[in-house]
Design a protein. Structure first.
Length: 149
């Protein structure tokens, strides 16, 4: 068994532990606890900048979402791609449903506008109309304390 394969097995165990956890947040691992991701066949990638030195993605042998590894000075931050983003978006939508409605309306309006015309202005106009529709819906919806039960 070669070194790359052995290093890959270490990261596969990390992936398995992440996949079997109830919550989808990532984990932090001390730098000395696991081999460097490049030594396991990971490819350089980029994620949202949060002070990391580099980002790596290690593809799943089964075709599942890749394992994303952020390199910090003294630790690795590891999560399964997709799970963290979806979880964060859902938490934001729950925390601010009005903002989520405006964003969703703008995205839907932009998609409809861009499907009707090949011009940039179509998407912009559609997004604006979506926001206008969301504002109209928001103004006609009573506040939670005013709603009858």
């Amino acid at each position: 068994m070669n070194a790359t394969h052995q290093n890959r097995e270490v990261w596969d165990v990390v992936r398995w532990r992440l996949a079997t956890r109830a919550e989808s947040h990532g984990v932090r691992i001390p730098r000395g606890g696991v081999p460097h991701p490049r030594d396991a066949g990971a490819r350089p990638t980029s994620t949202w900048p949060v002070g990391q030195l580099a980002d790596y993605a290690l593809d799943s042998p089964t075709g599942d979402a890749p394992l994303v590894i952020r390199e910090f000075r003294d630790e690795w931050e590891v999560f399964i791609d997709g799970a963290q983003f979806v979880n964060d978006v859902a938490a934001e939508a729950e925390a601010n449903p009005t903002g989520a409605m405006y964003l969703g309306a703008a995205m839907l309006g932009g998609a409809i506008g861009s499907s009707l015309t090949n011009k940039r202005e179509g998407a912009l106009l559609g997004a604006g109309l979506g926001m206008l529709l969301a504002a109209l819906l928001d103004s006609s919806t009573p506040e939670p304390r005013e709603r009858k039960r």
